[in-house]
Design a protein around this ligand. Structure first.
Ligand code: ADP
Length: 247
């Protein structure tokens, strides 16, 4: 069943920084159409796990298989091309370009120096920008300068820029940080929507928001996995309760 296919399979992943094990024995699988949230106290290793998957940090042990192919050790830009897109906390949109232009320059056809030079606005690219703008709820604001968008709209635009690359996995780092209640609700809806036919991995601190979006949750603590399962299962796990009360 393609719907429940495992897109990412991680075994015994680990990294040490000067002998300090920031991530240790990390086992994980990501299912298509699922939103999988990683939670855990500060310093648990959540960001490092995403860094390892997207090739920003090199693992010292383990394996990362994307669609059954080993990607551990590949360069960051190669992993993006394979279909894993990452959004960081601070948006990297171009403030003086319009919403449309931000989406357009994110199209894979414009990649690299050659891509940039040869880039032509084709009907396909226009259509793709429109459909992504619609998906992120910014269709009406296509010609608006990105710099004057609200905080939430900027975050959605950046998600749209990732979607332009047609990734299979989207990784989001604290997507609702600094958002209003209304923006958070819209973001929850957007995350649910983009997980259809794709997989989404999220790092999040806000438990109420995690409950809204997560199909599965992995709890990390001190570089290791403490618990894994549905939000209900992990939030009733005594080990998890102890760590959260301890903080
Ligand atoms: P989280 O995202 O859960 O807050 P991180 O993954 O950022 O945790 O960090 C896990 C641990 O690894 C922390 O103790 C952090 O100081 C350490 N760490 C992360 N990256 C590096 C690095 N490049 N060099 C040294 N230590 C690091």
């Amino acid at each position: 069943n393609i719907k429940n296919e495992t897109v990412l399979e991680i075994e015994d992943l680990g990294v040490s920084f000067d002998g300090f094990k920031a991530v240790d024995g990390f086992n994980f699988y990501l299912t298509r159409n699922h939103v999988h949230v990683i939670i855990g106290p500060n310093g648990a290793g959540k960001t490092t796990v995403l860094d390892l998957i997207c090739g920003k940090t090199r693992a010292t042990s383990g394996s990362i298989k994307f669609r059954n192919k080993e990607i551990r050790g590949k360069r960051e830009y190669r992993i993006v091309r394979e279909g894993i897109g990452r959004k960081f906390q601070n948006p990297s949109i171009y403030e003086n370009l319009t919403v449309f232009e931000n989406l357009e320059i994110s199209h894979p056809a414009g990649r690299g120096v050659i891509g940039c030079l040869l880039f032509r606005r084709t009907p396909e690219i226009l259509e793709r920008c429109r459909s992504v703008a619609e998906e992120i709820g910014l269709l009406e604001l296509m010609d608006t300068e990105a710099g004057i968008l609200s905080h939430g709209q900027k975050q959605w635009l950046e998600i749209g820029m990732l979607l332009m690359q047609e990734p299979e996995i989207i990784m989001l780092d604290e997507p609702v940080a600094g958002m209003s209640v209304k923006e958070r609700a819209a973001t929850a809806e957007l995350i649910r929507k983009i997980s259809m036919n794709r997989s989404v991995m999220v790092i999040e601190h806000d438990m109420e928001f995690v409950r809204e979006i997560a199909d599965r949750v992995t709890v990390m603590h001190l570089g290791k996995i403490l618990a894994e399962g549905s939000m209900d299962a992990v939030s009733n796990d005594p080990k998890v309760i102890e760590v959260y009360i301890g903080h």
